[in-house]
Design a protein around this ligand. Structure first.
Ligand code: DX5
Ligand code: ZN
Length: 222
């Protein structure tokens, strides 16, 4: 099932609730929340307070993407604030199995994230313990960057790895996805599509989400 996950990083924060609700009306399946700490990535964004506020605005699952150096310290705070899904970067965590288990024990769905330069082999052992893998198609830190084309092949190989092991793991893609390349990304095997500037940068998040969902579903139509 394809789901569009609008990233609120590009939303108007003065109207955050309305922006989220517009995306929801447009058919969003998840709301993607980018948590940055100024250490793991060169930008500072959102903490649990904003997650708690977003929680009040929608019934959709909040997909919290932790781009922080020590996620173990904060996962309980994000779970308590209302996160439904929490993903951590493999580059940031020493004991990935422990972290992923802790996320599940807090009642959230765990995911792991790979930077563009991190090979798939880094998640081979933890794959059976996660609900999703987030493949970064830009270097994390900012919205509005260009899609790194080689990530398509990475998604295909990941899909092969998941299928050959008979696992039920979703592939999420994040960064530089728009109407021009979303079909290609779905064809490669991604099913959860994060989009920030393509959804919130155009003035009408409802229409942009709807258009993105339609384009994403095209390759799967029989
Ligand atoms: C980047 C973030 C993304 C970002 C995507 O570090 O993880 O979720 O919001 O923005 P666009 O879709 O504009 O590339
Ligand atoms: Zn993200």
């Amino acid at each position: 099932m394809v789901e569009i996950a609008p990233s609120i990083l590009s939303a108007d924060f003065a109207r955050l609730g309305e922006e989220i609700q517009a995306a929801e009306r447009g058919g969003a399946g998840l709301i993607h929340v980018d948590i940055m700490d100024g250490h793991f990535v060169p930008n500072l964004t959102i903490g649990p307070l904003v997650v708690k506020a977003a929680r009040k605005a929608t019934g959709l699952p909040l997909d919290c993407h932790l781009m922080i150096t020590d996620p173990d310290r904060y996962i309980a705070d994000f779970a308590q604030a209302g996160a439904g899904l929490i993903s951590v970067h493999v580059e940031a965590v020493a004991h990935l199995h422990r972290t992923v288990t802790a996320i599940r024990d807090l009642g959230c769905r765990p995911g792991v994230v790979l930077n563009p330069a991190t090979p798939l082999v880094a998640l081979e052992e933890v794959l059976p313990y996660v609900d999703y893998v987030l493949v970064m198609s830009v270097n994390p830190g900012f919205g509005g960057q260009s899609f790194i084309g080689t990530c398509l092949d990475k998604v295909s190989r990941l899909r092969g790895m998941i299928e050959s092991r008979g696992l039920n793991v979703q592939i999420e893609i994040d960064g530089g996805v728009g109407l021009d390349n979303v079909a290609e990304v779905v064809r490669a095997g991604a099913r959860w599509i994060v989009a920030g500037s393509a959804i919130f940068g155009k003035g009408d998040a409802e229409a942009a989400t709807r258009a993105m969902r339609q384009k994403a579903l095209e390759p799967l139509a029989i």
